[in-house]
Design a protein around this ligand. Sequence first.
Ligand code: HPA
Length: 363
Amino acid sequence: MNSNEIAKIVGVSRSTVSRVINNYPDIPPATREKVLKAIKEYNYYPNASARRLAGMKNSTLGIFIVDIKDNEKPHHVIINNEDLLYDNSYFSPFINAFIDQANKMHYYVLVSTVYSSEELWKIQSAFYEKRIDGGVVIGSNEDDFSRILKAIKKNFVLAAVDINVTEHNKNKAIYINIDNYTGAYDATKYLIELGHKNIGIVTGDLNKLSGKIRFESFKDALSGSCIPLNEDFIAYGDFTEYSGYTAMKKILMSKYKPTAVLVCNDTMTIGAYKAIAEAGLSIPEDISVIGFDNTQSSQHMSPPLTTVNVSLAEAARNCVEVIARSIENDRLEAEERIIGTKIIKRNSCRNINIETLPNVAKS
Ligand code: HPA
């Protein structure tokens, strides 16, 4: 069955059938009803590619997970038979919630990964081939996102997670960001309130907005409390577990060890916990650790990790809503949504104030 045959059965032109299917308003209600009845009766499904050719929407949103490591193996989203990409604790809550929200709003979802610069065309072609009505990029750094923006038309409905708006606002897009600054500031202040003055940091990937802002905010919070930052207490990670391990090992080699460390994501705290254990130290007795992201596993660590909650699910729901609204209004609603953070206090940070008080106060 095709639209021609439906047209013959109903006694209208093929273009009337197609106008009914695509919800044009200029069809008399009686004709619309007759066409829809025939469509139902004869089980006619309008061909998706024909609809695409006709420039119609296809109710599909894209998620592009970008993990470009041109000079090395992709490792941020480790892929082997055991560690599958979509188990990654940073991406999975976002993807999960994105798909869920999209489905609730009657959209299909196309998921695609980009592992090298050469694969950036995937995003471009998904738009140009009209496979998707809109999409989101997650995991990309600022440079890659600039290239993506350059490659696609300005009016495509594109969203990005963890990208700095000001660097890209000549090109319009929807930006979904976490309030990294407040989160890292609160985390550092919390350690200071617990009496820590020798505080270290394991940074995230400084090419990513979250990595950069968390580090800057940490430095601001220390200087705001007149606490000097010891260079030996800074170690650079890239958000992976292994980098958390090597970075923490480096910090523990310093002559005067910090009494507390901000580790800029929970995945790296897994490696950091391992390095601390190998050094024969205990958390929080010898060293306090605070993480960031509140990933699923953080509550099951030993000791359970104190961390900064970031609702990637809320970020995803916001993302779908803004994308869908732009598609429905046929106009890219360029805007930035910022998702709040909150400290989740568990058992990996210790109050050392008590030890600095005079003996009398202790008893
Ligand atoms: N990757 C992993 N974890 C993260 C990231 C990231 O890009 N940003 C914040 N936490």
